[in-house]
Write a protein that binds this ligand. Structure first.
Ligand code: GLU
Length: 443
């Protein structure tokens, strides 16, 4: 059974980059009949807020990425404590007393010698008496995980292929602060084990963390999940942009973007599959495979999203949007108007053209023509073919053609020079209103 998790920290809102990660986790679980979990990584109690957590849930809901279950790390401290004790009993975590300034100094010295900033494990050499002396000074230890320098770190990443890290070139990671609070690294592993996560899908900025975490899985006696580290998202200009970091669901809603459009785009950019308009996310499951993800950054382009959004709106069925349409706009109304929309909220403006009052600037030389059109409209057999019938009769009677034939009619009937296909629109406007509008324009 596939189990994936999306693990945002509720220290802020979701942005397009983590929406994409959430989507891929959701898709992988759904495409394989598995479970998709929301795990709130709120070990940073100061910066995590319930307001952000609520906003993350609401955003996932809007996107249609419903988790099967939710957990938050702040409810799970007892579990972390007990697994930490196991590691401590095995000697795989050790207390360190260096202050931030002391560590910074060590790093500077290494840098001065042209060496990488790897922690020197000085704390491992402390005697019981040294530790007691620090404690007596009021120092409390932070804790590091002891990497096994003799087990090479290797895994086959579902996106990046074979990965190797030499543990000797890595610092033993700090897993717990002096105040007892947890850093991200160990609780994440403990949870991935407890929640039986089978696939960890996250950004490639976590690749080195994975190397460290693989040794934690082993130390905790657990088998390791599969990992897929996705290339980061960049703006259309090809750079990591600040703007992307603040682009979230509110901004997309304000732009009139449908969740399905965002999903269709984020499912495919950075992969070898083309971006395609779909009305339903399940249409994207076929062929969804991490092997198709590229290692180059995925490019996110808001204009591409807007264009895709319009194409998707043009194919959405009435049932999918009915609750957001103006009152009275039925399937025929929707189908007539949808080809003209870039965003759904423009439907109201077109519906007003069907139902409401319209007014138009009519050129004096067209008035007589429109008077004649009003008479014809009143007398023709009114049907779905009304526009064809009306224009054919008027063309024959007046000799007008093309723009001269059509444009004054469109203006008089809709108040606008452009818009939906008149074949579909005129039956919606109906005979009574059409005749009235033509008469008004003629006078
Ligand atoms: N809270 C971490 C983050 O947002 C989770 C990383 C992970 O998926 O393990 O980066």
């Amino acid at each position: 059974m596939v189990v994936t998790r999306f693990a945002p920290s509720p220290t802020g809102r979701l942005h397009v980059g983590n929406i994409r990660t959430a989507l891929h986790n959701w898709m992988w679980a759904r495409a394989h009949g598995g479970r998709f979990l929301l795990r709130l990584d709120d070990t940073d109690l100061e910066r995590s807020t319930e307001e952000n957590a609520a906003a993350i849930r609401a955003d996932l809901h809007w996107l249609g990425l419903q988790p099967d279950a939710e957990a938050k790390q702040s409810d799970r401290f007892a579990l972390y404590e007990s697994r930490f004790e196991e590691l401590r009993a095995q000697g795989r975590v050790y207390p360190c007393y260096e202050s931030a300034e002391e560590l910074e100094l060590k790093r500077k010295i290494l840098a001065g010698r042209g060496l990488p900033p790897i922690y020197d494990r000085a704390a491992l050499a402390l005697s019981d008496a040294d530790r007691a002396a620090f404690e007596a000074e009021g120092r409390r230890p932070h804790w590091r995980f002891l990497l096994d320098h003799d087990s090479p770190i290797a895994w086959t990443d579902l996106i990046r292929g074979p990965q190797h890290l030499d543990p000797k070139l890595l610092s033993d990671p700090v897993i717990r602060r002096a105040d007892g609070s947890w850093l991200y690294m160990l609780p994440s592993v403990i949870d991935d084990i407890a929640m039986e996560v089978t696939h960890v899908v996250r950004g490639e900025d976590h690749t080195t963390n994975t190397g460290l975490q693989l040794q934690m899985f082993a130390a905790l006696g657990a088998s390791v999940p599969a990992f897929a580290h996705e290339a980061l998202l960049v703006g259309s200009e090809g750079k990591l942009s600040k703007r992307l970091g603040s682009l979230g669901c509110d901004a997309f809603r304000a732009e009139g973007i449908e969740p399905i459009a965002l999903i269709a785009l984020l499912a495919r950019i950075g992969t070898s599959l083309p971006v395609e308009p779909v009305a339903d996310p399940t249409a994207l499951f076929d062929g969804f495979d991490f092997a198709r993800f590229g290692r180059a950054p995925a490019r996110f382009d808001l204009d591409e999203l807007k264009a895709l959004n319009a194409r998707i709106i043009h194919m959405l069925p009435h049932a999918a949007v009915a609750d957001r349409l103006p009152a009275g706009m039925d399937a025929a109304g929707w189908e007539a108007i949808r080809p003209n929309l870039d965003r759904l909220d423009e439907a109201a403006g077109w519906w007003a053209v069907v139902e409401g009052a319209v007014s138009a600037e009519i050129a004096p030389e067209d008035r007589a023509y429109l008077a004649q059109a009003a008479e014809e409209a009143a007398s023709i057999e009114w049907s779905d073919g009304a526009w064809k019938a009306l224009t054919a009769t008027l063309g024959a009677a007046t000799g007008r053609k093309g723009k001269a034939l059509f444009l004054p009619l469109r203006l008089a009937l809709t108040g606008r020079e452009h818009g939906p296909d008149m074949n579909a629109l005129l039956p919606l406007i109906g005979k009574v209103r059409a005749v009235e509008r033509l008469r008004a324009a003629a006078s």
